[in-house]
Design a protein around this ligand. Structure first.
Ligand code: MN
Length: 362
């Protein structure tokens, strides 16, 4: 959609705070006018409820929930979720009671806001991985409506985008919690884009020095690999066309935090990690995926033991794709994912797809 494609043109723009105008433009693109009007009313309600409150950055408080709502609007979520995001701090930070929200905006909105408020009251203390896992499970189990978690993730994402306003010790605590609790929850729910953003922002806030060094080295490595990757893409595209398969072939960029984690886990250097290339092939139907796999294997030999069929056996979060690793030119490994457009959408936005606005009474 238009607003997010514009944001994509400006590096770092996603980290800025979208205002009410941006939010309304986003929802206008997929919701009918009367629902956009309800969202505008919620923004007015929130603005007067939070009147006089400011964020650490000095801007009016309402800028935060509006920005969180914009993150969910980019996922085309339904009106109640957007309104709940706008009002998510109203019960906790203002004298507004839950009943009043229910009267003005309906029981669903009130329940979601109440759920987010209750989540905020559980404090995460432990650094132990095992306890982080049980915390994630508890958090997912205690919410009846998963939209509560979606609003919480948007809340956290905007807080991470603006974390510079916070003092360093608090910043580190929030960043650690983001990496240990919220990014894995986003992953569990299949919200891949949010997961990546939470990880990179968390990594940058927790280890700023490592982040900068790695970012610089990665930029250099990618510059050197451009031509090489282009050639592989062309070779594979040619093979697919020869077999009359219509496909989008694109290089997949690895993100800083996942590279960092891999380096630590495998005790590997940056070059060993970035030398493994990622490719994605998107086709029309499931059976085309298998034909595409055959074409790809005829160009580059597959690495034994690395093929995974997540189409026949999807992951728990609904993720589907074929995974294979190829021996590319000079034996350079290429990790390929093959999937349909539908599978691609689920891979990017996971459970959010279930609460997408579908029109009518869907
Ligand atoms: Mn908040």
């Amino acid at each position: 959609d238009y607003a997010s494609s514009l944001l994509g043109l400006i590096p770092g723009a996603r980290r800025a705070t979208p205002g009410l105008k941006d939010l309304l433009a986003l929802v206008n693109a997929y919701l009918p006018p009367e629902q956009v009007e309800r969202i505008r009313e919620a923004a007015e309600f929130g603005t007067s409820a939070h009147k006089g409150q400011t964020r650490l950055s000095g801007e009016p408080f309402i800028a935060h929930p509006v920005a969180a709502a914009a993150i969910l609007a980019e996922l085309h979520l339904d009106t109640d979720t957007i309104i709940a995001a706008i009002l998510h701090d109203v019960i906790e930070d203002t004298p507004t009671p839950k009943d009043q929200l229910a009267q003005r905006f309906g029981a669903d909105v009130a329940e979601i806001v109440d759920g987010v408020t209750k989540l905020d009251q559980i404090k995460f203390k432990s650094r132990e991985e095992a306890q982080a896992e049980s915390f994630r499970k508890m958090l997912l189990a205690m919410v009846r409506d998963l939209r509560v978690v979606l609003v919480k993730l948007a809340d956290r994402t905007h807080n991470m985008r603006t974390i510079e306003a916070m003092a360093v010790p608090r910043r580190r605590a929030i960043a650690r919690e983001t990496l240990e609790i919220y990014a894995p929850i986003a992953e569990r729910l299949g919200l891949y884009d949010l997961k990546l953003e939470l990880e990179d922002l968390g990594f940058a806030a927790l280890y700023p020095q490592r982040y900068r060094v790695l970012e610089r080295a990665l930029k250099r490595a990618r510059g050197n690999q451009k031509e090489f990757l282009k050639k592989i893409e062309q070779q594979l595209t040619a093979a697919l066309i020869k077999n009359e398969i219509v496909a989008r072939v694109a290089a997949r960029e690895k993100h800083l935090y996942s590279i960092y984690r891999k380096m630590r886990r495998k005790r590997a250097t940056l070059n060993e990690i970035v030398d493994v290339h990622g490719l994605r092939i998107v086709v029309d139907k499931a059976d085309t995926c298998y034909r595409a796999l055959g074409s790809v294997h005829s160009v580059f030999k597959p690495m034994p033991g690395r093929f995974k069929d997540y189409i026949a056996i999807p992951r728990v979060n609904g993720y589907q794709s074929l995974h294979t690793t190829l021996f590319g030119p000079n034996g350079v490994p290429i990790e390929a994912q093959i999937r349909t457009e539908d599978m691609h959408r689920v891979a990017e936005s996971g459970v959010a797809a279930h609460w997408k606005y579908k029109g009518g009474d869907a």
